[in-house]
Design a binder for this molecule. Structure first.
Ligand SMILES: Cc1cc2nc3c(=O)[nH]c(=O)nc-3n(C[C@H](O)[C@H](O)[C@H](O)COP(=O)(O)OP(=O)(O)OC[C@H]3O[C@@H](n4cnc5c(N)ncnc54)[C@H](O)[C@@H]3O)c2cc1C
Length: 341
């Protein structure tokens, strides 16, 4: 019997690493090219909603999530007011830093015999047999930017806080080691500040002055600051040049807390088809088509729903409706959660 065909993965975020690890555990040769290094901080709210026990088991993720915090309640805070709406999450969310999670997955991939090339940006990314793109978000209109850092010594109203400001939202999520992740999506503004002060400046400019003061009084880890520009979301799975997983296949708005889960779930969905290809049962063309179909089936409705809701969180005119309807518990979280996860 001939050995399995090899798989090449471009991009070592959650989609690429979890896929590479699962393929290695199934005895398939994998080479993974990652432009960056491990460990490193990523712009990410670092809370994982809607991951599901099936995906954790299928990809063997339990050991990597063992140190994650579990969060059950979120407080929505509208503008600079102290008005908040608390909601119990239908399922607990997990929170763990990407600094820890990505590095642990990368180390496990190498232990399992995967070939990992870091600092290796692939510049020709057209489709070719056996190559899977896990390259993350495509750069889009630079109008929206994501900013993040970790703080210590910040007490939250409840497990998680989500603050809605003028053309922005910001999540606070405790992760491991008594750190709180502060991460937001902001409409770009001409601010002069740099590093951690840039995030504080954006909070002020978006009208979230009390939040900015609370955070400034805590212990900010300036080394964890990171930023990305050009954040955009997709209303469905994209038809890219080649088989893509995670954000490369379709980006969900950050407020869902579901992008990390989708990265894992897309690897889970693609895995059986990639194994069939590796064992010579199907061609690369068939494998690519099946991967696209399975992702569209699993994620299209989720992405469409999330992109319709997104402006309600960002635009003050619509946030006012959310605030007015909060006392009567509208919109209802449970059915929306089911559609978004
Ligand atoms: C502001 C913000 C907040 C967010 N908050 C949350 C949250 O709280 N919860 C949640 O679940 N999700 C959140 N997300 C989304 C989440 O971060 C992504 O959905 C997730 O990281 C996608 O994983 P991925 O593996 O597809 O891509 P990534 O994690 O982006 O990994 C892609 C990798 O590919 C590498 N790469 C790219 N191009 C090349 C190339 N040509 N050659 C080699 N390597 C390459 C990159 O260096 C990167 O390491 C947030 C996103 C933003 C912008």
């Amino acid at each position: 019997m001939s050995p399995p065909r090899e798989i090449e993965i471009v991009g070592g975020g959650l989609a690429g690493l979890s896929l590479g690890l699962a393929l290695r555990r199934a005895g398939v040769g994998v080479t993974l090219f990652e432009a960056g290094q491990y460990p490193r901080h990523r712009v990410c709210g670092e809370f994982i909603a809607g991951l599901g026990a099936g995906t954790i088991a299928a990809l063997g993720l339990a050991p990597f999530l063992a140190g994650a915090r579990q969060h059950r309640e979120v407080a929505w805070v509208f503008g600079n007011s102290s008005a908040e709406r608390r909601q119990r999450l239908p399922e607990p969310a997990l929170a763990i830093s990407r600094h820890r999670l990505d590095a642990a997955l990368a180390a496990a991939f190498v232990r399992e015999g995967g070939q990992l090339h870091t600092g290796a940006r692939v510049t020709d990314t057209p489709s070719r047999a056996g190559r899977v793109l896990c390259t993350g978000r495509r750069r889009a209109n630079p109008g929206w930017m994501g900013l993040k850092f970790h703080v210590r010594g910040l007490t939250l109203a409840t497990d998680l806080e989500l603050h809605l400001g003028d053309q922005c939202y910001v999540g606070l999520a405790p992760v491991e080691d008594d750190r709180v992740n502060v991460c937001g999506l902001f409409a770009r503004r001409p601010l002069c500040a740099k590093g951690a002060n840039l995030l504080l400046g954006y909070l002020q400019a978006a009208g979230l002055r009390s939040l900015a003061q609370r955070i400034a009084a805590a212990d900010i880890d300036a080394t964890s600051f990171c930023a990305v520009a050009g954040v955009a979301c997709d209303p469905g799975i994209t038809s890219s040049a080649g088989p893509s997983l995670g954000d490369a296949a379709g980006v969900t708005p950050p407020f869902t807390g579901n992008g990390m889960a989708m990265a894992f779930q897309s690897a889970e969905s693609a895995l059986p088809h990639l194994l069939s290809y590796a064992h010579g049962e199907i061609s690369w063309a068939v494998c690519s088509r099946l991967m696209h179909e399975v992702l569209a089936d699993r994620f299209d409705l989720r992405l469409r729903t999330a992109s319709l809701l997104h402006p309600w969180l960002l635009r003050p005119s619509r946030q006012r409706w959310l605030r007015a309807l909060a006392p009567v518990r509208f919109p209802p979280l449970r059915p929306l959660y089911a559609l978004l996860h």
